[in-house]
Design a protein around this ligand. Structure first.
Ligand code: DAH
Length: 357
């Protein structure tokens, strides 16, 4: 008895599937696809021959043919996925750069390896000095709202003291005005608000970081510069504690020949306030051009916390008192290393920077 082409196909399906499994390349798969399912494939020829059958037989044969096509097509698809994956793996493997093969003598020694810049090194040294005195180190955002940079520090809108800290404002529309912080003092507010909400007073912290001002750069000013802020909130704190901390810090950081002095000054967030000066490291107090013949160089400001600031953050001024200070990290680097011009710190001249590795 002869078998019909349709019967033959069914018998051969297993064989077909095995041959699909054996296809080794994408090209072979494409050819097989054309001969198995394309226009001149056996499946298409059989499809055409269905027209000659009786309606009932046609229906049964049609269903069988459809099933055969589905099985073959899904086997082809599965094979394609595998072959493409293998091809991708092979190409990645071919592109792999085996650095184990690089011959050591091909590398040009000595390799030049970077190091932290003078400002970063100075910041670390300052932190070390204060940690040695019992302070912790905290960090604050460089982008602040008007509240943190000014208002909570007792500098309301329109206050003339805002002129001292001219900055870059980003108007987001009422009520939020955002500024690049002009000093590290706003971090005091963050620390105090946090301590109040977590009931973790007292505070003994320093807060270093980058600040911005709309200044014209010159030998002693940069638009982006660094400060380190100090804050103590505790019971029974006086101006004497502040003076002691400043003097201890000065001797520890600049050495025993350099002294500090506090001159009356004005800051809206401290009362009384003082300017904090150290012996000029260039002339050692004799007077020179850098210190305008005074023998002293101003590093920053300090004072006893103004009651308005304690009130703004919700600290009870009858129970707690404190002091704060803030001074320039770049200025410390300049004084310690006797740099004529602070702009050298940001000019990326490796002959200059390399001296401080
Ligand atoms: N934030 C001030 C400035 O940048 C410096 C300063 C003065 C900080 C007095 C203080 C302070 O903490 O108590 O000019």
């Amino acid at each position: 008895m002869t078998t019909s082409p349709l019967e033959q196909l069914t018998e051969q399906t297993a064989e077909l599937l095995a041959s699909i499994e054996a296809l080794a390349t994408i090209e072979a798969l494409r050819e097989a696809e054309a001969s198995l399912t394309g226009k001149r494939s056996i499946l298409s020829t059989l499809q055409k021959s269905l027209g000659a059958l009786e309606p009932d037989a046609r229906k049964a044969a049609g269903a069988e043919l459809q099933e055969a096509r589905r099985v073959v097509e899904s086997a082809l698809e599965a094979r394609r996925v595998l072959l493409l994956r293998d091809a991708r793996r092979a190409s990645l493997e071919a592109d792999r750069l085996d650095l184990g093969d690089v011959i050591v003598s091909d590398v040009h020694w000595p390799l030049s390896i970077g190091h932290p810049g003078l400002v970063a090194l100075t910041q670390r040294e300052l932190e070390d000095v204060f940690v040695g005195m019992g302070f912790s180190v905290a960090d604050g955002p460089e982008v602040e709202s008007d509240w943190f940079n000014f208002e909570a520090l007792n500098i309301p809108p329109g206050h003339p003291a805002r002129g001292l800290w001219d900055t870059f404002y980003v108007e987001l529309g009422e009520p939020e005005t955002v500024v690049l912080r002009t000093h590290t003092s706003p971090t005091q507010i963050h620390l105090m608000e946090h301590a109040v909400s977590t009931n973790t007073l007292p505070i003994h912290s320093v807060m270093p970081g980058r600040c911005y001002r709309r200044d014209t750069p010159d030998a002693r000013h940069l638009v982006g510069f660094h400060q380190i802020e100090g804050l103590v909130v505790d019971r029974g704190i006086s101006f004497g504690d502040l003076a002691g901390v400043i003097e201890t810090f000065t001797r520890a950081y600049f050495g025993p020949d350099i002294a500090s002095r506090l001159r009356p000054g004005y800051f809206p967030f401290t009362e009384p306030s003082a300017e904090f000066e150290v012996t000029c490291t260039i002339c050692h107090g004799d007077g020179c051009r850098t210190c305008s013949d005074t023998g002293w160089i101003e590093l920053g400001g300090c004072g006893v916390l103004d009651p308005a600031v304690l009130e703004a953050v919700g600290i009870d001024g009858d129970e707690w008192s404190g002091f704060a200070f803030g001074f320039g990290v770049d200025r410390c680097a300049q004084m310690r290393h006797q740099l004529g011009d602070m702009r050298a710190l940001i000019e990326n001249d490796t002959r200059f920077l390399g001296q401080f590795s």
